[in-house]
Design a protein around this ligand. Structure first.
Ligand SMILES: Nc1ncnc2c1ncn2[C@@H]1O[C@H](COP(=O)(O)OP(=O)(O)OP(=O)(O)O)[C@@H](O)[C@H]1O
Length: 308
């Protein structure tokens, strides 16, 4: 079954087309990254899934249920980490969780076990007002995990976390996914998305511009590999010869450093071999596959039109 299905989802706020005909399917069991620059329409889409916002047209289905008509049943089966989250300063961590158990009427919830899972068990009886940002974020995640949801919807889960906190958040997300939970999360932190997502969707100006695995996205873009070679005895002619090779998109020599970019079909080995055959000494080399950050920029940066 699909965990999330969007069919022609459109949301207009007056003149602003926040979401523009989105079609998307997230399969059960996936960790799915939802990416896009500021204002792309990520939060609006999530708000439709949660029935905070009604679509102008199109539909959204969550766990086989209509996000609008069946919103209460959807709510019972999902856990949500909202974009702007609040904790109550005067309540302890445990009281926060108890509040969710009571208000959602969850049977047999093991609050201590969930506090352990998000690593805030030791602070459970302290007031949340004294929690660090990372602890607050983990507390809100613990609230989302109560009731063992089938689907977690996380809006920028690593906001405000230091690298350690972000790593812990990632580990928790992975552990929940191992338990069978589908995870849908929006993020600006490409590194994080790259590390844990099975697939990602990139949206820009309310429209879907790409949906694929990270490797698949890499395969769709032109320049995927940069080869930086520490050379001895190379000159401009060598760079020119490399530049003229098929699959090479650029080759530049600066002192003893030659930087070569290749399309995805290009062989790095062939470039090194060609240099060697020209008598160039190869002292060292490094390979840099384009990062998701590069891909993101490629998909979401408006290309400048050259005036005719
Ligand atoms: N309640 C609203 N009224 C009017 N316009 C809105 C409203 N909510 C969002 N928008 C507009 O819709 C567009 C999409 O916003 P949205 O918050 O969904 O983007 P986002 O991708 O979540 O951005 P960010 O990463 O900055 O949170 C933006 O142009 C935004 O200004």
């Amino acid at each position: 079954m699909t965990a999330i299905e969007l069919d022609g989802l459109t949301k207009r706020y007056g003149d602003v087309l926040a979401v523009d005909g989105l079609d998307l399917q997230v399969e059960e069991g996936e960790i799915f990254g939802f990416l896009g620059p500021n204002g792309a329409g990520k939060s609006t889409t999530i708000d439709v899934l949660l029935d905070f916002v009604r679509p102008t047209s199109g539909s959204a289905t969550v766990l086989g249920l209509d996000a609008q008509a069946d919103s209460l049943r959807v709510r019972e089966r999902i856990g949500v980490l909202p974009d702007a989250f609040h904790v109550y300063d005067r309540l302890t961590g445990r009281q926060h969780l108890q509040f969710v158990v009571d208000s959602k009427d969850i049977d047999g919830a093991d609050v201590d076990e969930i506090l352990e899972r998000v690593s805030i068990a030791e602070a459970a009886d302290r007031k949340a007002g004294g929690y660090s940002k990372g602890m607050r974020q983990r507390l809100v995640l613990a609230m989302a995990l109560l009731g063992d949801p089938d689907l977690l919807i996380l809006d920028e889960p690593s906001t405000g976390l230091d690298p350690n906190g972000a790593r812990q958040m990632r580990e928790i997300i992975e552990a929940e996914n191992d338990r069978g939970t589908t995870v849908f999360f929006s993020s600006h932190i490409m590194e994080q998305v790259e590390a844990i997502c099975d697939r990602v969707a990139i949206i820009n100006r309310g429209r879907l511009v790409a949906v694929d695995s990270i490797d698949g996205l890499r395969g769709q873009t032109e320049t995927v590999t940069t080869l930086t070679i520490d050379v001895g005895g190379a000159d401009a002619d060598d760079a020119e010869a490399i530049r003229n090779r098929i699959y090479v998109t650029s080759a530049a020599l600066e002192g003893d450093r030659m930087e070569v970019t290749l399309t995805r079909d290009g062989s790095k080995f062939e470039v090194l071999k060609a240099l060697d055959e020209r008598g160039v000494e190869i002292r060292d080399f490094a390979i840099d596959e384009s990062s998701l950050e590069d891909l993101f920029a490629e998909y979401t940066t408006e290309k400048q039109e050259v005036p005719q």
